[in-house]
Design a protein around this ligand. Structure first.
Ligand SMILES: Cc1cc2nc3c(=O)[nH]c(=O)nc-3n(C[C@H](O)[C@H](O)[C@H](O)COP(=O)(O)OP(=O)(O)OC[C@H]3O[C@@H](n4cnc5c(N)ncnc54)[C@H](O)[C@@H]3O)c2cc1C
Length: 507
């Protein structure tokens, strides 16, 4: 692989965004013989073996905040929310929680039935297996489960939820356990390590870091070039085809700046229209979450100290899948407890029990605030805006279930509540949820895949942007409906699937 100082004038395939999906697709295309140029806005610290990565991006025990894009917005009651996204090679896989889940088979089968042939659970199952191998998934042994997490699993079991050793099951229903993790020797195995490193020696793969893509250019509806700013210089790189993998916020931003999106929005911004696609930046959804927080107890402090002995202490390990009365499948909620150091608390720890809704009906938007490169888009997920109130009803169920079943069984560790009291009645609880929710960091759907005849579709089942040629999208933005899963693994599978379509046509 070449790590370049200057960019080529012309290449075969440009991958915009060397993030979670971008590293996968670049590696797969390069291995198939294509000449690939990855343009990543953040830094590239090279192969894991070279030892140049910052410690906080390697340490899988905590969530680093050093490489964030800085997207911000507001929640349902106007509270400020940060919409973290990593700006570095590997993207969010380089700073996420490493919890991996496949989701439920029915969600993928629904994609296939809605105009996406080749995306059913049976089609994707081998790709989940391949991704797990590449990212070196492992399961925690019983001895590796830290005491707070063990207490949570015990509380769920005593409440009648089956405990499973393997949560990685496309057919699973309500259950509790530890999700598989892409962690080896305490290191977060991001997709740059899992996919790109093995291909870095190839002369046909080039990674250009600190390369912020402004827009894609078209000639007679076909991809011609991209404009990129790097080290203060703006250049144009000609390309035969482009794969956009800039994520659920970044991909619609690039498309809109390129003239692909809702015509009225582009006109407002003075951007020349290339293709009127109302779906670009629409359909934004994320998993809303409410957090029950506690000050921790002396017993928690002692148990954690005894467990870690000063060494590695994973903050987050277990998750319970729950079914609310409005669920459209076997479960629609995650509760995923963690502990974090907090010097403000008497015993040095804060305990957090988040309840997150996995099948949100509410939909929002990503819209450009300005045509200027470097101005962050306006991210508005419109949490809890669904007319039927199903998202609120589901979260209410999760809160009540947790309060009745988990809190009394974990009082040894939890201690004093730090959150504002949750009113018991529906109306009061809904108001509390709106005021105090945040999210699970899972934005999706802003360039939705679907039937090309549907005007809201942005990409067809092979990731091809409808209305132009030579442009595909492969990242979390193409989920038509987010699967009931933490989405890193499904995002890798999206990239694997689209790479397979592309290499099948490579001669
Ligand atoms: C704090 C946090 C914790 C999470 N924990 C988990 C977890 O435990 N398990 C799980 O499954 N999921 C988790 N997620 C979610 C998951 O990591 C993401 O959904 C997934 O990684 C998204 O992948 P992506 O390829 O769509 O986007 P990204 O990984 O965000 O990749 C997009 C890439 O494009 C680059 N880019 C953007 N715009 C441009 C541009 N104009 N020019 C050039 N480059 C550009 C970005 O810098 C980035 O590298 C977490 C997310 C966060 C933020």
């Amino acid at each position: 692989m070449n790590s370049v100082r200057s960019l080529p004038e012309q290449t075969d395939t440009v991958v915009i965004g060397g993030g979670t999906a971008g590293c996968v697709i670049a590696a797969r295309l390069a291995a198939a013989g294509r000449t690939v140029l990855v343009l990543e806005a953040g830094p590239d610290y090279g192969p894991l073996a070279d030892g140049d990565w910052p410690a906080e991006l390697l340490d899988a025990a905590e969530l680093p905040t050093t490489h964030d894009w800085g997207y911000e917005g507001t929640g349902a009651a106007g509270q400020p929310l940060a919409y973290d996204r990593a700006r570095v090679i590997g993207g969010c896989s380089a700073h996420n929680g490493c919890s991996q889940s496949v989701g439920w088979a029915g969600d993928y089968d629904a994609w296939a039935a809605a105009g996406c042939p080749g995306w059913g659970a049976a089609d994707l199952a081998p790709l989940f297996t391949a991704a797990a191998e590449q990212l070196r998934f492992r399961r925690y042994t019983q001895e590796e489960i830290q005491p707070f997490q063990r207490e949570f699993i015990r509380a769920c079991r005593q409440s009648g939820i089956p405990a499973l050793d393997d949560l990685d099951d496309l057919g699973a229903s309500q259950s509790v356990g530890c999700a598989p993790v892409n962690v080896r020797d305490l290191t977060r195995i991001n997709t740059a390590f899992g996919y790109l490193d093995a291909q870095r020696a190839r002369p046909n793969l080039t990674v250009a870091a600190d390369a912020l893509v402004d827009r894609i250019h078209f000639r007679e509806g076909a991809v011609e070039a991209v404009t990129v700013t790097r080290h203060g210089l703006t250049s144009r790189v000609g390309a035969r085809d482009v794969v956009l993998a800039a994520g659920a916020y970044g991909s619609p931003e690039v498309l809109l700046r390129s003239g692909i999106g809702p015509a009225a929005h582009l006109e407002d911004l003075g951007i020349a229209l290339v293709s009127d696609r109302p779906g670009v930046g629409a359909n934004l959804h994320d998993h809303p979450a409410v957090l029950l927080e506690f000050a921790g107890t002396a017993e928690l402090q002692r148990d954690l100290a005894e467990f870690s002995g000063g060494d590695w202490l994973p903050q987050e390990q277990s998750v319970v899948k729950l079914r609310s009365p409005v669920s459209d499948g076997p479960y629609d909620l995650h509760v995923y407890p963690w502990v974090e150091p907090d010097p403000a608390q008497e015993y040095g720890w804060r305990c957090i029990l988040p309840v997150s809704q996995l099948r949100p009906r509410s939909r929002g938007t990503v819209r450009l605030a300005s045509r200027a490169l470097g101005v962050r888009a306006i991210v508005d997920p419109r949490f809890f805006s669904d007319a039927a109130g199903a998202d609120l009803e589901s979260v209410r169920h999760g809160l009540r279930w947790t309060a009745e079943n988990v809190l009394p069984r974990m009082d040894r560790h939890l201690g004093t509540p730090l959150h504002k009291p949750v009113p018991p009645d529906d109306e009061g609880m809904d108001d509390w949820i709106r005021r105090h929710h945040s999210h699970y960091w899972h934005p999706a759907g802003t360039c939705a895949m679907g039937d090309p005849a549907d005007p809201t579709t942005v990409v067809d089942h092979q990731g091809r942007v409808v209305g132009v040629t030579g442009l595909r999208i492969a990242d979390a933005s193409v989920f038509p409906d987010i699967p009931r899963a933490t989405p890193a693994l499904p995002t890798v599978v999206v990239a694997e699937r689209i790479a397979a379509f592309m290499t099948a046509t490579t001669t």
